[in-house]
Design a protein. Structure first.
Length: 295
């Protein structure tokens, strides 16, 4: 887990040694304590994976954690010693630190992926400001091509709801996948993300804000990725659902932003070799698509 920290400390926990390929370990988190096993020689990363498998629904991924080991010679928990490997029965715990992680929202092309969600023909008459959303989505995809950013596209049940609208140019997209699940986080998407070195941020847009966008965003931050939702490229059938979803997602630590902010943050400097081309994309301001109706 990217959010977890280790701290070197002297000492260690000594309990009864065990043989064989696995070692019993008691995993403690909050008020819970669950016995399990890990392979002999397991280190920090495997312990974190085991904590996630046991308590994943309880762990707030936006917190920092420290792993501690119960040391009998001190009769208390100590920070997991540097280079610790499980060789005997022991007890470990995951402790959330009081300081929450600050989501800075920095974007660089080399660590960013664009997700385009379900911009399909059958949604055209139903989605509020769909024409505006298409226009902004297209400028985002043009920006992604200029900056060499991978693009992943999904289509919700295309057999019944049609393909991505013709105005959206999917040239060069890394993946275009059909789905029935609301979230875009499909096994093929997870595999594609694993193939892209250094991915830290996902720029997410499409429809519907309160369904597929929301569920995708929550799954992505649950996997430790930073999510930027492009408000002017995201909509729903009702403005009520759209606005409450954006508000909820912002409270969750997801960054709700605009297409122009995203593109300029990615170039970052007037001297960027693609600045002029990006500037041409945003020369005309993006349509407001109803976002200022509450202002």
């Amino acid at each position: 887990m990217a959010a977890a920290d280790t701290a070197a400390a002297a000492g260690g926990g000594r309990c009864s040694p065990t043989g064989g390929g696995s070692v019993p370990v008691l995993f403690c988190f909050s008020v819970f304590a669950r016995p399990s096993t890990v392979p002999h020689g397991a280190g920090y990363e495997l312990l974190i994976q085991k904590f996630l498998s046991l308590y994943g629904d309880q762990i707030d991924m936006h917190r920092k954690f420290v792993v501690q080991l119960f040391a009998e010679e001190w009769s208390q928990y100590i920070d997991l010693p540097k280079g610790f490997l499980v060789s005997e029965r022991c007890k470990v715990r995951l402790v959330p630190l009081q300081i929450q992680m600050t989501t800075l929202g920095n974007l660089t092309p080399s660590s960013t992926v664009f997700f385009c969600c379900d911009m399909q023909e059958r949604f055209r008459p139903a989605i509020k400001y769909f024409g505006d959303i298409i226009s902004v989505g297209q400028r985002l995809l043009q920006g992604a091509r200029l900056l060499g950013i991978p693009v992943i596209v999904t289509e919700q049940y295309p057999k019944g709801l049609g393909s991505t609208v013709q105005e959206i140019d999917l040239t060069g997209a890394k993946l275009v996948l059909p789905k029935t699940k609301f979230s875009m986080v499909l096994p093929e998407v997870e595999a594609a993300l694993a193939e892209i070195p250094g991915v830290r941020s996902v720029v997410l847009f499409g429809v519907e804000t309160h369904v597929c966008i929301q569920q995708t965003a929550l799954e992505l931050i649950g996997r430790g990725l930073e999510v930027h939702i492009v408000a002017d490229a995201t909509s729903s059938r009702s403005m009520m659902d759209r606005m409450f979803a954006l508000e909820r997602l912002a409270r969750t630590g997801i960054i709700v932003t605009t297409s122009e902010a995203i593109l300029l943050q990615l170039v970052a400097d007037k001297e960027h070799p693609k600045f002029k081309e990006i500037q041409n994309l945003i020369k005309a301001s993006a349509p407001e698509s109803g976002l200022l109706s509450k202002v």
